[in-house]
Ligand binder design. Structure first.
Ligand code: CP
Length: 304
């Protein structure tokens, strides 16, 4: 049985195959509408979510299956002291596959060790968010036509932004990828990502505080929210929260085919005047999330 805890649980071949399935789902939705008849997805969300939980639920419903679950820890028996491992073991009796989001890093991994059904990490603390990464890869593939030979700008909270960590881990496995890491000093990418992922794979990267400095070289600009919920004190959050606000003016030197992405939710790091720019892909990105999650459910349930 396969779980998805870290994006590296999937080989490049498996990811590429899932992207092809997702593209086929987009083109032939009816063909997939009964693939999961009789199957149940459980969504165990111990942290808030709009896109991830609802796109998982929409994905399973669009495959003909059913969904159950909870969207906050307080409505589950975890509030009475039950462990995540016990909760997962029990929910596995009621469902065929589980998507779990948890504020503690490693919680989905712990859950997977005792689970009788596939576990999907739907975001664990500031660590990983592999299904957002699958969403991002499908978005880049559809919008740029390739996953190689790209210069990718990652901007904002690179320290706590789990989507950034997972995306870097995935993209380093494709050819000729360069990164421009744009953040204030306090929100720089963690050392372990630099050492164990970027340096280990001989990936070219530049660090800068200035969002406009390398704008003309970017193929993809991936904006992120400053992760308020991961800060230890509010003062630091208030000081850093408005550090980057992407607007039309800052895009003046950008390529005409730049792909502007954001995992969402957005607070104010992209001004709404960018939303109508044809290069703004972030709402399309949220839609791609449903199709790649459909492909993932099919894979983990071994449905042909
Ligand atoms: N991108 C993402 O994980 O969004 P949600 O927190 O709304 O699920």
């Amino acid at each position: 049985m396969k779980h998805l805890i870290d994006i590296n649980d999937l080989s490049v071949e498996e990811i590429d195959k899932m992207i092809e399935v997702a593209k086929d789902i987009i083109a032939n939705k009816e063909k997939y509408s009964h693939k999961c008849d009789g199957k149940i997805l459980a969504t165990l969300f111990f942290e808030p979510s709009t896109r991830t939980r609802l796109s998982f639920e929409s994905a399973m419903l669009n495959l003909g299956g059913n969904v159950l679950g909870f969207s906050e820890a307080s409505s589950s028996s975890v509030s009475k002291g039950e462990t995540v491992a016990d909760t997962t073991r029990v929910v596995g009796v009621y469902s065929d596959i589980i998507a779990m989001r948890h504020p503690k890093e490693g919680a989905p991994l712990v859950a997977s060790e005792k689970s009788t059904v596939p576990i999907i990490n739907a975001g664990d603390g500031g660590h990983n968010h592999p299904t957002q990464t699958l969403t991002d890869l499908l978005t880049i593939k559809c919008e740029k036509g390739k996953l190689e030979d790209l210069t990718i700008g990652l901007c904002g909270d690179l320290k706590f932004g789990r989507t950034v960590h997972s995306l870097i881990s995935a993209m380093v496995r494709y050819k000729n990828i360069k990164f421009v890491l744009i953040s204030p000093k306090e929100l720089e990418i963690p050392e372990y990502v630099k050492k164990d992922v970027l340096d280990k794979n001989n990936i070219e990267y530049i660090e800068t505080k200035n969002i406009e400095e390398y704008m003309d070289q970017l193929d993809v600009l991936y904006m992120t929210r400053v992760q308020k919920e991961r800060f230890f004190n509010e003062e630091d959050y208030i000081r850093l929260k408005d550090y980057y606000i992407l607007n039309k003016e800052k895009l003046q030197k950008a390529k005409s085919d730049l792909c502007i992405m954001h995992p969402l939710p957005r607070v104010n790091e992209i001004a709404t005047d960018v939303d109508d720019d044809p290069r703004a892909c972030y709402f399309k990105q949220a839609e791609y999330g449903k199709f790649i999650r459909m492909a993932l459910i099919l894979k983990l349930l071994e449905v042909e």
